[in-house]
Design a protein around this ligand. Sequence first.
Ligand SMILES: [Fe+2]
Length: 386
Amino acid sequence: MIFDIEPNSEILFGEGASLRTGKRVQELGCKKVLCITDVGIKKVGILDKIVENLENAGLKVVKFTGVLPDPPDYRIEECAEIAREEEVDGVIGLGGGSSMDTAKCVNILLSNPSPITQYFGPGEGLKKETPLILIPTTAGTGSEVSIVAVVTNTENHRKGGCIGPQWMADLAIVDPELTLGLPPGITAFTGMDAFSHAAEAITSGQANPMGELQAKEAISLITKSLPVAVEDGSNLEARKDLSLAATLAGIAGIKDSMVHFGHSLAHTIGSLYHDIPHGIACALVIPEVIRNDAKAVPEKVKVIGKAMGLKFDDDLSPEEIGDRVGDTIKALNKRVGIPTAREAGIKKSDLGKIAEIAYQDETAIFAPLKLSYSDALEIMERIYEG
Ligand SMILES: [Fe+2]
């Protein structure tokens, strides 16, 4: 097997790492930066702490707190306009996936013309002239180490992925202390987003041994520490495990091996139901996607199960392996309080529409087996039946 490991973003990891933000941003040559976040991060005081740290290092800071979930194109353009007017020489994304993806796009628009929607798909020939620094405040999306930014095109209401090395951070600062205040629900579903990145990386058609190592560790850490952090958000050891898991799963799932049909379904659910967060959509679909993957790659599905602590007899059929692992992931969902598909608001009448869009989604090409519309519908029906 020949596989290619592309360079990672530089990652500064550990509790208190965000206290080095100012110094590290200054070392990247920045003098005036745009710090992009949402109102929630401002409200809990994390924005002020980071801005103070940057200013103490002698940097000028422009703040933008208008990030919206599933970042819409128009909001990215508004933010990019501010970046150009203020002539910033660096961009910081602080928050969850939406803040980091908005920052990725704004940074690209500092070196390339608008609109952002023209950059959906692989980013050939794009310039990147200003450093991008990403600081996650959740443990799940992996955007800080990925080569992807997901944007909503508000003309056709479709989400699109901008993909390529230009969308990577120059520096990711992963500080588990920033996640200590996350409520149980967000902790649970962002953790299951990371779990999906890892599980899909292991079963991906583009899987490789390095990604498998990272993803196995991420699954073990999430299985052990997600229930702990959901129960007691102030448990720093559990938070450290989850931040590390999200980083490992992000590298494996959204940079090297790539996620597949779980994310095809989750993107589709997210675009049809705006009030279902990405992590909940991932959590809902991943047990059935992995159960189905066992038809093609049972040994890989066993790897996921073993990382969750399962033991397997040698004579199990692929179907039995899929059932054991799928049921174990479902039990983890239940334990951390993920709602069922019905509780999340998915309508039975939409199952066909979800299947129809998802099986043609661009991420489906990485699935370990080719899925038809009827395969996708069968998976959605199982998800709905819970
Ligand atoms: Fe994801």
